[in-house]
Design a protein around this ligand. Structure first.
Ligand SMILES: N[C@@H](CCC(=O)N[C@@H](CS)C(=O)NCC(=O)O)C(=O)O
Length: 218
């Protein structure tokens, strides 16, 4: 098989790519990075990408790195039924929203959720509070920007692949709350999407690993 994905079902960035793979029914070999027993896949992953960040896609021995680039690559070389990045102005909007969900939602969510994994004397309370403030700014901003039913309107795109895991976990660490009804409804629509719901179910057994404790919902 030509496509190999290194990733973990509970990882938000892995889910972003899985949504595109599942959404297109693209065949691939899934190399799960077992957090309990990290070798040999972590060693392999670092050989391709010394930062050890995942997911990572191997397409016929060529490493494709960074989730947005991976989905762009899938559309260019393994096109399925979805158009993840449309042409023209719509595509530019999709790329911008993809950056928005990664940089302002996903990364702030990760900052908050992973801080408890640090040694007790190296926690970053200041950074976590700043991430919470930025996440609230992001929620308020996107509330007034969202299309219906998906981020840009009728078409489910790269922006929604990024938004789904970002909002799924962000709401766990910093609830979106009733003052953002459009965003809450968008999150619920995302979770009902078949490819997203498959990711959520595959990740369910790992919820006890969520550092701040997973809520009893979703
Ligand atoms: N910008 C990267 C982010 C990837 C990322 O941060 N992945 C997390 C897992 S969700 C990771 O590798 N964490 C382990 C680490 O940072 O060492 C992308 O879009 O691929």
């Amino acid at each position: 098989m030509s496509l190999v994905l290194f990733g973990h079902p509970f990882s938000s960035y892995t889910q972003k790519v899985l949504i595109a793979l599942y959404g297109d029914d693209t065949e691939f070999e899934y190399r799960r990075l077992d957090v309990e027993n990290p070798e040999p896949f972590f060693a392999d992953l670092r050989r391709f990408w010394p930062f050890g960040k995942f997911p990572l896609l191997i397409d016929n021995a060529r490493a494709v790195i960074e989730t947005s680039a991976i989905i762009d690559h899938l559309q260019a070389h393994h096109r399925g039924r979805n158009e993840w990045i449309p042409d023209g102005e719509l595509g530019r909007r999709v790329r911008f929203l993809d950056r928005f969900f990664d940089l302002y939602v996903m990364n702030n969510m990760q900052k908050i959720s992973t801080d408890p994994l640090r040694p007790a004397d190296s926690r970053d309370d200041f950074g976590v509070e700043a991430a919470r403030a930025d996440l609230n700014t992001a929620y308020d901003w996107i509330e007034g920007q969202l299309g219906q039913p998906w981020a840009i309107g009728d078409q489910f795109t790269l922006a929604d692949c990024a938004a789904a895991p970002a909002l799924f976990y962000a709401d766990w660490v910093e609830p979106i709350g009733p003052s953002r009804p459009r965003l809450l409804a968008y999150r619920a629509r995302l979770l009902a999407h078949p490819a997203v719901s498959r990711c959520v179910e595959e990740a369910r057994p790992y919820r006890p690993l969520f550092p701040r404790g997973a809520p009893d919902r979703d």
